[in-house]
Structure formats: C-alpha cells, structure tokens
Design a protein around this ligand. Structure first.
Ligand SMILES: C[S@@+](CC[C@H](N)C(=O)[O-])C[C@H]1O[C@@H](n2cnc3c(N)ncnc32)[C@H](O)[C@@H]1O
Length: 241
C-alpha cells in the first residue's frame, strides 16, 4: 500500500477531488459555508492544509481582492493545487508554502509573516493535531488575525456518544451508496499513514472542546454555522476595538 502523510487520504492524489466527495457527505456545502462566513472584502486570507486547492479556489472567487496564503506540508497536494489555481488564472493572488502548520503554532518565525490576516480558514486538516497542538495553533491563529478578523474551520468532530458514532457511520455509508459506490470501495483507494511532523491519523475533539479552546485563546464570539452529523464548521471572530 502506498504510504502517505496524514490528511492526504488517497494513495493516488489524482483520486482526491472525486474520492473526498464520495467519502464525506456534503463536502461542497461545507466549503461553501466557510466562504459565506468570510467578508467578501477580505484582503489577506491564510489557509491551513489547502490540499488540492478546492477551498482556495472558492476563496479566490468569493473574495476578489484577496491574496491567499496557503500552507500544506505535502508537495503532492500542493502540486495539484497549483495546477488548478494556474488554470483558473489565480496565480497572482495565491501563494503556497510547503510547511507544517504545527511548526508555525510552536514558533511564528517559522513562516515569517510580517502582516496580520483578515481571515484564517481550514478544512479537514486540523483534526490531525493532538488537542494540545490544536490549542497552540488556535492561539497562533488568534494572534495572527487583525482586530475583528475571523477563523473558520471545517472538520470532523468526536461523536458525542457511542450511539451517535454508529449513526454518523451509517450516514456516511448511505451517502457513499447514493454516490454510486460503497465506503469499502472508497477505502480501498485510501493510503496507509503514520505520524508525520505534527500530524497523525484522526485526533478528533468534541465540538464543545473546540469552542472552549477558541474562547480560551481570545476569540470574542464563537459559533457553529453548520453541522451535519459528525462534520462541523466552527470558528469565530476576534475582538474589534
Ligand atoms: C483531507 S486534506 C483537505 C484538503 C483541503 N483543505 C480540502 O478540504 O479539500 C488535509 C490536508 O491537510 C494537510 N495537512 C495535514 N496536517 C498538516 C500539517 N500539520 N501541516 C500542513 N499540512 C497538513 C494534508 O497534507 C492535506 O493536504
């Protein structure tokens, strides 16, 4: 089995864009929630774990004045993202950095940003960090946002009970069947992962603990604009003085 980094999901990166839509219910709707929650006037947006660039493409379309800085530690994923961004003519407004966002959480000098961001977003990436690192990352994000800046993260959350874990699993199975496949068929394309950098396979936290962490690091308002069984978009705004 092809060995991949946590979060790359599929052994062949070319399978990601179709496979993720079969594996996760309402992936496109989830990403749209993030872009709807961003002010369209945002000028500087940081994206953590951009993968093949699906969210980056939406950000660049919805926020026409924005420069997007996208971080991912996987050269394979970044290569796919760059080809899409270039084909769409967005390369002047998109910069990618091959880096581990856990290193940035530990030390801001790692990425050397000189200016703050209007917004930070992420999808399906931060759940690979242990809770201690999630907290550090949320602190770094909060410190890197302008006053009144926002952060939105779409991620799987820890099921609230064993019964709900079963429910969430069966919803995913039903979804796969509706897409003309099965979870088993999709999983056959998934690569093997072990820990890489600060990430390891699913390190899920409950919705509640996400919100507590965000409050702890100084987000004035925290919110969950979308939840669908075991997936949520959560985040908030920093204080406006
Ligand atoms: C499941 S993909 C999601 C990609 C994209 N955000 C999307 O929603 O389609 C997760 C991405 O996060 C990246 N990733 C995971 N942990 C990371 C880390 N510690 N630092 C940088 N990138 C990371 C993986 O390489 C992968 O591209």
């Amino acid at each position: 089995m092809q060995h991949i980094y946590p979060g790359e999901v599929f052994a062949d990166t070319a399978d990601f864009d179709i496979g993720i839509r079969q594996l996760l219910p309402r992936y496109d709707e989830m990403l749209s929630v993030i872009t709807h929650c961003l002010p369209s006037t945002s000028r500087r947006i940081l994206e953590l774990g951009c993968g093949t660039g699906e969210l980056s493409m939406r950000l660049l379309k919805c926020c026409p004045e924005a420069q997007v800085v996208a971080i991912d530690y996987s050269p394979r994923m970044l290569e796919f993202a760059l080809s899409k961004i270039t084909a769409a003519g967005y390369e002047q407004r998109w910069t990618c950095l091959e880096a581990d966002f856990g290193d940035w959480a530990n030390d801001p000098k790692e990425l050397g940003f000189h200016q703050k961001f209007d917004a930070c977003v992420s999808s399906l990436a931060i759940h690979h960090l242990k809770d201690e690192m999630k907290l550090k990352l949320f602190q770094r994000i909060s410190d890197s946002l302008c006053e009144g800046g926002c952060f939105w993260n779409a991620d799987p959350i820890l099921p609230e009970s064993p019964n709900l874990a079963e429910v969430y699993k069966s919803v995913r199975e039903e979804w796969a069947v509706q897409q003309g496949t099965t979870l088993a068929e999709i999983r056959a394309k998934i690569g093997a992962t072990s820990t890489y950098g600060h990430s390891s396979q699913d390190q899920l936290a409950t919705l509640d603990s996400h919100l507590q962490m965000l409050t702890k690091v100084g987000f004035e308002t925290v919110a969950v604009p979308w939840k669908y069984y075991g997936l949520a978009v959560l985040g908030g705004w920093t204080r406006c003085n």
